[in-house]
Design a protein around this ligand. Structure first.
Ligand code: B12
Length: 308
């Protein structure tokens, strides 16, 4: 994802303050910013939204930081009412409202994991029930999924690209499992916790997951399982995957609707979580035991002759 930078003028317009106040806040370190070679301050969207989240300010002109109209004007919304509005908007095909409600709840202080577990997942469980009872048409369900993918993309922008120095996490769904939402959500949850996380998408052949673990040596590999075509084959392949992950020091983290207690008895994994808040807690725990990431600064200081 290409990082998008905003000028103090654009951010001041978005928050509804003067450019000089905004520059002062940047210089005081209240808002994270970088400087161009020419000395101009440049701000990333996640830094702007971090400031809005913690200062209790509103976005009066979200378009100035390329967010949809209305985002950030009403952030005191309960998770329960947000869930209802999100469900209604994805079913009605209203992408702007769906995006707005998720960004508003985030700006109101909810964590990404809470948004996924308490708004997105239950809304899709409702979509499934509506479809099963014949109250939702197939096209409405598919459109809801497409909208949700784009909302997740906006949430990913809001959270930031994640520090490239953070520990590496990867994940996806395995062969025969076409579901895409949960793996995209897992990626944003981990990014919001400082992981350098990438979803590899859906329907991944076991062989390619094995290669990804060997080549990239992620500290964590997540597998989301919504459907299993052949339980015997799945269990055999999954256990081989666990052996590889274990030998590479990769934590294999699993979750998803299809992982019933019976199936969990047959497979080996490092951690099973039934929601993203639990995965987040596990990920934060193992993060503490990982070696500190190597950054340009640590390389520089390890070559500093004055240190010897
Ligand atoms: C969207 C959808 C589809 C879409 C998916 C499109 C896409 N791009 O993903 C499509 C159209 C492909 C589809 C197809 C089918 N579907 Co469908 N689908 C759904 C629906 C509505 C939403 C699934 C979803 O994404 N949920 C959102 C996620 C975020 O929620 P979640 O999976 O519960 O995730 C939470 C936890 O499980 C956990 N978690 C999940 N993954 C992970 C990973 C990790 C690492 C961790 C820690 C935690 C974790 O945390 C999440 C957040 O709390 C569900 C309804 C439902 N109950 O979810 C039906 C549902 C799963 N489908 C169902 C059915 C029947 C089908 C079809 C057979 C329909 C048909 N006749 O063609 C096909 C089968 C496809 C196949 N090959 O298997 C049934 C399954 C019934 C069953 N138990 O077997 C459901 C339950 C609908 C229903 N009520 O009947 N489907």
């Amino acid at each position: 994802m290409v990082t998008q930078y905003f000028s103090p003028k654009e951010v001041a317009k978005a928050i509804g303050v003067s450019e000089s106040s905004l520059k002062r806040w940047v210089d005081k370190g209240l808002i994270r910013a970088t400087k161009t070679a020419g000395g101009h301050r440049r701000l990333e969207l996640d830094a702007v939204l971090d400031y809005v989240r913690t200062s209790g300010r509103h976005l009066t002109n979200p378009g100035a930081v390329s967010l949809p109209e209305g985002c950030g004007s009403e952030t005191h919304i309960t998770v329960e009412s947000a869930q209802k509005i999100f469900l209604d908007s994805i079913m009605a095909g209203d992408e702007v409202l769906a995006t707005r409600i998720i960004i508003d709840v985030y700006l109101g202080g909810a964590s990404v994991a809470e948004i996924c577990d308490q708004i997105v997942a239950p809304s899709f469980h409702n979509v499934g029930d509506l479809w099963q009872c014949g109250d939702a048409k197939v096209y409405e369900e598919r459109r809801a999924c497409e909208i949700c993918q784009r909302v997740v993309h906006e949430l990913r922008r809001a959270v930031g690209t994640g520090p490239t120095s953070g520990p590496v996490a990867m994940g996806g769904t395995l062969d025969g499992d076409p579901y895409t939402l949960a793996t995209s959500l897992a990626e944003v949850v981990l990014r919001s916790n400082g992981w350098n996380a990438s979803s590899l998408g859906n329907m991944l052949p076991f062989e390619t997951v094995r290669k990804a673990i060997i080549d990239e040596r992620p500290a964590l590999f997540w597998v989301s399982v919504t459907t299993i075509r052949d339980i015997d084959r799945f269990s055999t392949d999954f256990n081989l995957l666990f052996d590889i992950a274990q030998s590479m020091g990769t934590a294999l983290v699993v979750g998803g609707q299809a992982l019933t207690a019976d199936i969990r008895q047959r497979i080996r994994y490092t951690n099973f979580s039934d929601n993203f808040r639990h995965m987040e807690s596990f990920a934060n725990t193992i993060r503490q035991s990982l070696p500190a990431p190597v950054t340009a600064q640590t390389i520089e200081s390890s070559h500093d002759p004055l240190r010897n």
